[in-house]
Design a protein. Structure first.
Length: 219
């Protein structure tokens, strides 16, 4: 099926980051767009420097039909409490992205970077009556359309983190490291415990660590 002329690629960014939203993007590229994607050097967004990432994002958005869904932390946390499973939320988001692209232009096939049981995405698409063949592939960024979607999603995530940094008046780190815990503790000390549900994903283990004040060093 990957010989199909019009393919929708779907990928996400932010699922492994305590701070910031979950972003899911889908974009359509036909056979006539492959040379364009190759010339841009489209590849896995995690391997692209932030400045280059934002530049590529602008070019991809101007050329390709696309949909971007942003689950800001407060909405993300509400949905996670209801669904109790990240992959269920990813399935809904991926299906909505595919639907959003199809509402703009017809396609022959959708390819998603695989994130869990295949039935979850298939069921989510069926619920939306989204009738298009779907492939779910491990390391899907090897497919140009999925790589393009990963760039669009990552660029939007980077913009959202930059916006969050401005709002919090400090640099908000990506990932889920010890530095993330430290920044979380600082935000709780400055703004109260309720701040975390507005800026972070509260089911992460970082949440519990950020809620505990740092103990003084015992000598």
């Amino acid at each position: 099926m990957r010989t199909a002329r019009r393919i929708i690629g779907v990928d996400e960014s932010g699922k492994g980051d305590f701070f910031g939203p979950l972003v899911i993007a889908g974009c359509l590229a036909g056979s006539e767009d492959i040379a364009f994607l190759t010339e841009l050097g489209v590849r896995d967004s995690k391997k692209i420097a932030p400045k280059k990432l934002l530049s590529l994002d602008e070019m991809l958005r101007s050329r390709l039909v696309h949909t971007v869904i942003v689950y800001l932390p407060e909405e993300y946390n509400r949905l996670y409490v209801r669904l109790k499973n990240l992959n269920k939320l990813l399935a809904i988001g991926h299906a909505r992205c595919i639907e959003g692209v199809l509402n703009q232009k017809e396609a022959d096939l959708a390819i998603s970077d695989k994130f869990g049981k295949e039935e979850r995405l298939e069921d989510a698409m069926a619920e939306l009556e989204c009738n298009i063949p779907i492939e779910q592939i491990v390391r899907g960024e090897a497919i140009p359309q999925v790589a393009a979607a990963s760039i669009i999603a990552r660029a939007e995530f980077v913009r959202q983190i930059d916006k969050l940094s401005s709002q919090c008046q400090m640099t908000i780190p990506k990932g889920a490291s010890a530095l993330v815990d430290e920044v979380g503790r600082h935000l709780v000390a400055e703004h109260g415990a309720e701040i975390l549900s507005k800026v972070a994903k509260t089911h992460f283990k970082n949440y519990g660590r950020a809620m505990k004040p740092k103990l003084p060093l015992q000598l």
